[in-house]
Design a protein around this ligand. Structure first.
Ligand SMILES: Cc1cc2nc3c(=O)[nH]c(=O)nc-3n(C[C@H](O)[C@H](O)[C@H](O)COP(=O)(O)OP(=O)(O)OC[C@H]3O[C@@H](n4cnc5c(N)ncnc54)[C@H](O)[C@@H]3O)c2cc1C
Length: 474
């Protein structure tokens, strides 16, 4: 089978599946799970119920050699290969029908070097694993706002969260990565070793290899002041937030959300279920300045409810875990933009009034501070000049509501499009956004495609927001 045929192949034939199963059975120290096995149902599911797929083989490696064996089986049989870190891919790329799933969940060990302030994490760790390990030493690194998300997909796409303004994106804090390439080579990548690959891993997604270990710089982050502040859905609140966030001290991580008021005691009952603006804040500066943070939030508009308190940093990243359990459906759209204009705010208000479910949220992540100071060509993340990354995030429980939620997300994106840049954050993209990948990587796209042609010419790693190999490599 030629490289091109391999990239185009769909679900595997029985003979391919048997060949892979036979090759793996004697080589894998971890687990090999097949349809009919007791654990198959649990193992086949990913976080996003919109992608209900039936892989032919699921490999749960116990060590790097298992990863090498799995890639060899995928290569030689031509079976489609899905690589799974935390399994949160909005687009459903951590699973497939009739192919191989490489589920790294067991590689989740996190080791901290408190002297050097670094952390080495397995490629299947979640932010809960990493945050817990780092917090034991009063340390942290920027990560996502839901603790069950994998460090792998989130870091490889860039990495947005509460600490970006102060310490940069998750990928900006990555200083080394162990990678198994498509041909089974095990590489240790860092700034001066496999430099180009290391550049691509910081924003280029899962296109270039399986990362079995990530190494991050850590920062001193003692307890933080954090939690949501809820306001009525009012354009003036959004306008003030947008005007003031870039003036705020960088230890203030503050995301703007448009979502329904949750049925929680800190919010008066009359607001439960009503569309609202929420500012999700995480102040990692001195405790002595907590009151000023409270004033900053109070000054944005009429505070209807607030759950602000001091907490260990890992806790703030668990606040939405319960609202977003595994098994919901997610269809998100992502975009980058400058500061929203009045016209863009009018679109947010219009769609905010018609939120299709209790779990749905629009989220604005500010990209200033340490994140905006990184040179535009220092990593593959291509939107250092954007003011905000926005997620338009329909999430819902009942499959009968899929059409309505998906239509809302698509219409919202279309209405907002005149007010955004061309590309969006790969990690907030649905599976029908493949045509936007070149825009997501802008000036970096050709460079990434040339590297892809060198390290994965057969496009073995194609279940992702795919960067196909360049046809010509000069
Ligand atoms: C509830 C929820 C909350 C989120 N919150 C945030 C947030 O706060 N900030 C943010 O930036 N994003 C956020 N995201 C988006 C998130 O970054 C992406 O969904 C990301 O892909 C998840 O990574 P994962 O490892 O869990 O996913 P997976 O589905 O396991 O993988 C995602 C992609 O990465 C590839 N991949 C996974 N592991 C590896 C590996 N070890 N080596 C190479 N490739 C690999 C996969 O093949 C796939 O293409 C959120 C998503 C959800 C569903």
């Amino acid at each position: 089978m030629s490289d091109h045929d391999m990239a185009a192949s769909g679900p595997g034939e029985p003979s391919q599946i048997e060949a892979a199963a036979e090759a793996l059975a004697s080589r894998v120290k971890g687990r090999l799970i097949r349809p009919g096995d007791a654990d198959y149902e649990a193992a086949r599911h990913v976080y996003n119920a919109l992608h209900d797929r039936y892989p032919a083989l699921i490999v749960q490696p116990a060590e790097t050699a298992d990863v090498v064996a799995t890639l060899a089986a995928a290569r030689t049989t031509g079976l489609p290969l899905a690589v799974r870190g935390g399994g949160h891919s909005v687009a459903g790329y951590a699973t497939c029908d009739g192919g191989l799933v490489l589920d790294l969940a067991a590689l989740n060990d996190c080791r901290v070097d408190p002297e050097a302030r670094t952390l080495r994490a397995g490629g299947g760790a979640t932010w809960a694993d990493l945050n817990r390990a780092a917090a034991a030493f009063g340390l942290a690194t920027p990560g996502g706002i839901v603790s069950t998300t994998g460090i792998a997909g989130l870091t490889l796409g860039g990495g947005l969260g509460y600490l970006n303004r102060r310490f940069g994106l998750a990928c900006d804090n990555l200083f080394a990565a162990d990678v198994v390439t498509a041909d089974g080579e095990c590489l240790s990548c860092r700034k001066d070793d496999h430099t180009e690959l290391f550049w691509a891993l910081r924003g280029g997604g899962g296109n270039f290899g399986v990362v079995t270990a990530f190494e991050y710089r850590l920062h001193e982050v003692p307890d933080i002041l954090g939690g949501p502040t809820f306001y009525p859905l009012d354009g003036e609140v959004i306008r003030r937030y947008v005007a003031r966030i870039f003036e705020a001290p960088e230890p203030l991580g503050a995301l703007l959300a448009i979502t329904r008021g949750p049925p929680l005691p800190f919010l008066p009952e009359a607001w439960h279920g009503r569309p609202m603006v929420a500012v999700l804040s995480c102040w990692s500066g001195p405790e002595a300045e907590d009151a000023r943070v409270g004033e900053w939030l109070a000054d944005l508009g009429e505070v209807v409810g607030q759950a602000l308190r001091r907490m260990p940093y890992p806790v703030i990243n668990t606040l939405f875990d319960e609202l977003l359990p595994p098994g919901l459906h997610h269809y998100w759209k992502g975009c980058f933009s400058g500061a929203p204009t009045d016209e863009a705010i009018a679109v947010h208000l219009d769609f905010g009034e018609r939120l299709p479910s209790a779990e749905t949220a629009t989220l604005l992540f500010p990209l200033d501070g340490a994140c905006g100071r990184v040179a535009s060509d220092a990593t593959a993340f291509a939107y250092r000049d954007a003011a905000f990354a926005t997620a338009l995030g329909p999430s819902w429980a009942d499959p009968a509501d899929s059409e309505r939620n998906i239509a809302w997300g698509r219409d919202y994106y279309r209405a907002l499009r005149p007010h955004t840049d061309d590309g969006g954050y790969v990690n907030f993209m649905a599976d029908d956004d493949g045509h936007r990948v070149a825009d997501n990587y802008r000036q970096h796209y050709d460079r990434l495609a040339r590297l892809k042609a060198r390290v994965d010419p057969g496009n073995l790693f194609r279940l992702n927001h795919n960067i196909p190999p360049a046809e010509r490599v000069d």
